[in-house]
Ligand binder design. Sequence first.
Ligand code: NDP
Length: 408
Amino acid sequence: MHEVPNVLIIGAGGVGAATAHKAALNNGELGDVWLASRTPSRCAAVLDGIRRRSNMQSNFRLAHAEVDAKDVDAVARLIDRARARIVINVASPHVNLAVLDACLKTGARYIDTALYEKEGEIGMPPPWYANYEWRLKPRFEAAGVTAILGAGFDPGAVNAFCAWAGKHHLATIESIDILDVNAGSHGRYFATNFDAETNLREIAEDVIYFDDGEWRTVSCHTRSRTFDFPKLGEFTVYSMGHDEIHSLAVHTGARHVEFWMAFSDQYLKVFEVLHRLGLLGHEPVNVEGQAVVPLKLLKALLPDPASLAPDYRGEVCIGALVGGRDRDGRPRRLFVYSLCDHARCYEEVGAQAISYTTAVPAVTAALLIARGDWDVGRMVNVEELDPDPFMALMPELGIDWHVREEAA
Ligand code: NDP
């Protein structure tokens, strides 16, 4: 694809806003930027913010629209109206299948940052992508339409980090540990950094990880280790179920793939209380004749993730610790990582670092589709693509990456 594609972004939360901002800044290659959700006033406010913050003289269209992304025909109509050849889906993960379908109908290229979740379903068998998304592979292949799954930071950039380590340093990849610490502080009592429903469910669920070539399951927060993060120092990290494990275990040949996240003691304390009281439940309970889903009630009470941005201070470090053997058979371990500062992200696009680190890889992927490098005409996860153009371009969009050689 070499013509200017025009981009439709679905979802105007923290991630959608940062994505729209970065796409607008790259309008020379991406063309018009459309932002859509079920609440058009919010989309309009985001676009006003972009115009103000970037002092943007638009010789391209920065437009918003109302859409329920679960409605395939409505999404397809909007794709046609926007003349969008690329759709970036950063709405709730419940809408993925409908948006994928709309892309198949219209031929628009598809990018998302999170795995599909069926409303109310928990405990999907591994590998998670095989339950829904990968079943669509033959249809995307037949139509010659590109769909890039999980192109945020984790999943997303970390998958490219693994591919890069494999391409340039390791003949075989034996183990992958994704490590994620948010050492920032937003000053609130308790909040989630992105969609509360998705975030709290992924933390509360039983942990699935891949070890010795087999899927294993343990209760949440039962496996922990310490890790010395570059610049930020040592943190206790906890094993957690996460999307990228489920594609990396299939595509890299690694015998061990696990995701680890650091939580503060305060976070764990509040989480434990919410969990024990049943406030993380997704089954409706009867409240004076009304069916209420506790997790949805909690989401409504918690701060909007996008609202955390102005007061956020500190940095995030996310990386892939990739172990294996080099071409001479020597064992090696590389930590490929990025650091990102909350306040700098806010200054640049008005978002906190979690939204920013999701948006930058998604827009990098869009640019690589527009340039043809990643327009592969089929459905893929990020590690299946050539990592080199991504690793070269992501720093230009605002996120640098580094490598630390670890003792093997
Ligand atoms: P928010 O909850 O803040 O925003 C979600 C947005 O999606 C809202 O604008 C909402 O607007 C819109 N939306 C929800 N349902 C629909 C629908 N049916 N139709 C149209 N729009 C809809 O979430 P975030 O911005 O924080 O996160 C967005 C996505 O990014 C999530 O899927 C999350 O899992 C993913 N993510 C990925 C990361 C990664 O590194 N890979 C990291 C962080 C997040 P409205 O309700 O008005 O329609």
